[in-house]
Design a binder for this molecule. Structure first.
Ligand SMILES: Nc1ncnc2c1ncn2[C@@H]1O[C@H](COP(=O)(O)OP(=O)(O)OP(=O)(O)O)[C@@H](O)[C@H]1O
Ligand SMILES: [Mg+2]
Length: 317
């Protein structure tokens, strides 16, 4: 029996209009898939299009081109009730737990809303579900935490509320967009451990977006690397770190402090890539030490390096 992926994209593109310039292409023909109960890490420097892909997968934005599939169904352009039903299955956790919670609303309010909207729960049933959610993310006693407001919580507790909110509909897929980068270093491990245990107990798939290769490697089964809106390399986590094929990934790993290849990615390297719609070549060509003339004339496709490893570089041909 061939098992189909839980989430997949075909040539997913997201464009943003710019005044007086050609469109900005934040995601260009991206093909990826995430299996049930799998974590795909998504790494790349600031502005490479990671959040844009995450938002398109959970349909907070509409793709400009290509397809997003969930459990085989095309969800690229669904609206209204179909989109609300999709949001039971697919949710997002954001980087900044302060900005993503409304300071005027209690924890209970934040969680009752999706329980009502996505699961149509009311009264005692909804209260039971609320208690269960808070317990699940370690905010106990739930009767105390549901009355609290965001400013009364630590960063880690706020992120736990965001996680509980994402879980309210009973999802099977969560985009975790740099979920620990704004937290104290001392709190990061416990939030990552929580995400890991929820994956086990709730059979979750994650797209884990991060600048931090160490945590990507720790949490992810496979890792995808973005550059300039394109997916340039994807492989099992260990393979990517130990045997990178794409010149950009190699540069990232060599730029990582220490030789263990496990530190943080630089926020931004010299020279931002060209995201304009008229660009025709590889986004990395202007900075690539191995650049050839054809690299500026067409974008290489993702091709097999090994069975579980693809790289978009003419060097692999
Ligand atoms: N709503 C929008 N309108 C216009 N441009 C946008 C919009 N959202 C993102 N962009 C642009 O798309 C590109 C990719 O942005 P995105 O936020 O996806 O990158 P990222 O990889 O998540 O970066 P970071 O690591 O800083 O979070 C950037 O140039 C960004 O300015
Ligand atoms: Mg982002």
């Amino acid at each position: 029996m061939s098992s189909r992926p839980l989430v997949s994209t075909e040539n997913l593109s997201v464009r943003f209009a710019r005044q007086g310039a050609s469109d900005l292409v934040a995601s260009r023909n991206v093909n990826l898939h995430i299996d049930a109960k799998e974590t795909l890490g998504l790494v790349g420097e600031s502005g490479s299009g990671k959040t844009t892909i995450g938002r398109a997968l959970v349909r907070l934005i509409v793709p400009s081109g290509g397809t997003v599939r969930f459990d085989g169904q095309d969800v690229s352009h669904i609206r209204g009730g179909a989109l609300t039903r999709y949001h039971r299955h697919a949710q997002m956790i954001f980087q900044d737990p302060f900005a993503s919670l409304n300071p005027f609303h209690s924890v209970g309010h934040h969680l009752r809303r999706p329980l009502t909207r996505l699961r149509h729960l009311q009264g005692r049933k909804r209260q039971e579900a609320l208690d269960e959610l808070l317990t699940l993310v370690g905010l106990t006693p739930s009767s105390v935490f549901q009355e609290k407001y965001p400013h009364e919580l630590s960063g880690g507790q706020r992120q736990r509320v965001s996680i509980a909110r994402a879980l309210a509909g009973g999802p099977s897929f969560i985009v975790a967009d740099e979920p620990v980068s704004m937290l104290d270093v001392s709190l990061r491990a416990e939030i990552l451990t929580l995400l890991e245990s929820l994956q086990e107990s709730r059979d979750l798939s994650y797209l884990y977006i991060t600048h931090d290769l160490a945590s990507a490697r720790y949490l992810s089964h496979r890792i995808a690397v973005m550059y300039g809106g394109s997916l340039v390399e994807i492989a099992t986590a260990d393979e990517l770190v130990q045997n990178p094929a794409h010149p950009y990934t190699k540069l990232l790993l060599s730029a990582t402090p220490g030789s263990t290849h496990t530190g943080s990615l630089p926020e931004k390297m010299q020279g931002a890539p060209d995201l304009s719609a008229d660009r025709i070549g590889c986004p990395f060509a202007p900075r690539c030490p191995s650049s050839m003339s054809k690299c500026t004339q067409m974008m290489p496709e993702l091709l097999d390096v090994t069975t579980n490893h693809q790289s978009a570089c003419f060097l692999n041909e």
